[in-house]
Design a protein around this ligand. Structure first.
Ligand code: CP3
Length: 345
């Protein structure tokens, strides 16, 4: 029975004696076996589009640690690439894309329903994973939320303050809205096919939601997320959705109710005690150990992990980091975190 899976039980609102656990970027550069498979694939993008190898790196942290969930190995920037943007990764620096400054740049992009051709290998990865994952492990599919993806598509790279996206939003709101609308529709297409292929849960990463304030937060973080969730829920009412409006602060409050999300993932800029009082009453929560503990380890890791588990023990909770694990993390600290969570029930 699918509902026996601990992650799905927590997402359905059940308070479990020990929280299920997985970790953002659990397949990644801190693991020697990931680095070896990436070298075999050639580079990061080749790894994403090689279904067999992408499935292999997805499975590596499951074999090593037995996490309760597995997240599809891919990237939020594959969708803009499928929409026709150029995408490449510069080693040690991060992603580069073609930019959007004017209407003509937008007009070169493809319609939302054209994304499947390029993304077919990702759906194949999902199918392989559903066959190969242990039966107790939940498979999470994902996409970036439109605002976060738009920040990369507009600037052509990661930016500390999302400046170029804010500028386009303020100076040419009609063009900016077209970018958001295309991403809403493309994301619905992409996630629908991930679910058709076997994804059991969907997560929307809005990594830069925290830079949207006031009405902008409503318009460009909350509203697009709500539209995507409404479309997915009408097609796949049984598929739970985790929203991660990172850095939302006070705006985490009521986010699940306003968007229809089943769970809100929260970063480490708010405390677990605050989340228990302000978010957990409405929905399952996921979070929020600072990823720096995966580098530093020791007693502080154990104490913080125990504190988070305790603070969120009265309601549905999925244990996770507040953001992705970094390449300099020590794999043994991950084991220590898991052991601490599992000993806490
Ligand atoms: O979490 C997982 O294990 C699943 C796979 C996954 C990746 N990226 C793999 C990846 C997921 C869910 C993402 C999401 C993602 N990608 C986000 C949202 C979450 C977040 O971290 O805020 C964003 C903003 C991106 C875009 C992106 N991809 C950037 C900015 C970078 C470069 C920075 C970095 O960490 O290197 C990437 C590269 C990337 N995506 C790597 C991995 C494992 C590292 C690439 C490598 O192996 O060299």
């Amino acid at each position: 029975m699918a509902q026996q899976k601990t992650i799905l039980r927590a997402l359905a609102g059940e308070t479990l004696p020990t929280p299920p656990i997985w970790m953002m970027r659990q397949a990644g550069r801190y693991l020697p076996e990931y680095r070896a498979t990436r070298a075999q694939a050639g580079d990061f993008l080749k790894l994403c589009y090689n279904s067999e190898l992408a499935a292999e790196v997805t499975l590596q942290p499951i074999r090593r640690y037995g996490f309760d969930a597995s997240i599809l190995f891919a990237d939020i920037l594959l969708l803009p690439q499928a929409l026709g943007a150029d995408l490449w990764f510069v080693t040690g620096e991060g992603p580069r894309l073609s930019t959007i400054n004017a209407q003509a740049d937008f007009d070169r992009l493809k319609p939302a329903d054209a994304v499947h051709e390029k993304l077919a290998p990702i759906y194949e990865t999902v199918k392989i994973l559903r066959r190969e994952l242990p039966q107790e492990t939940t498979l999470i599919g994902f996409a970036g939320a439109p605002w976060t993806v738009a920040t990369y598509m507009i600037a052509g790279r990661g930016t500390p303050d999302q400046g170029p996206a804010h500028e386009l939003k303020d100076e040419n709101p009609a063009l900016f809205q077209q970018v958001i609308d295309l991403l809403v529709d493309g994301t619905i297409e992409y996630l629908s096919q991930q679910i058709e292929a076997g994804a059991e849960v969907i997560k929307l990463f809005d990594s830069w939601a925290g830079s949207l304030k006031g009405a902008d937060f409503d318009r460009y973080a909350l509203e697009p997320t709500k539209r995507i969730i409404a479309a997915l829920k009408s097609r796949y009412p049984e598929t739970p959705i985790i929203a991660f409006p990172r850095g939302a602060g006070e705006r985490y409050i009521g986010f699940a109710e306003a968007t229809g999300a089943d769970c809100v993932a929260f970063d480490d800029s708010v405390t677990a005690e605050w989340a228990a009082a302000n978010i957990q009453a409405d929905s399952c929560v996921q979070g929020n150990l600072a990823s720096s503990h995966m580098v530093t380890g020791g007693d502080a890791l154990v104490t913080e992990t125990q504190r988070i588990v305790k603070a969120l023990s009265a309601g549905p909770h999925i244990f996770n980091l507040g953001h992705g694990i970094t390449p300099d993390a020590d794999p043994e600290n991950v084991q220590l975190m898991i052991d601490t969570v599992r000993a806490s029930g």
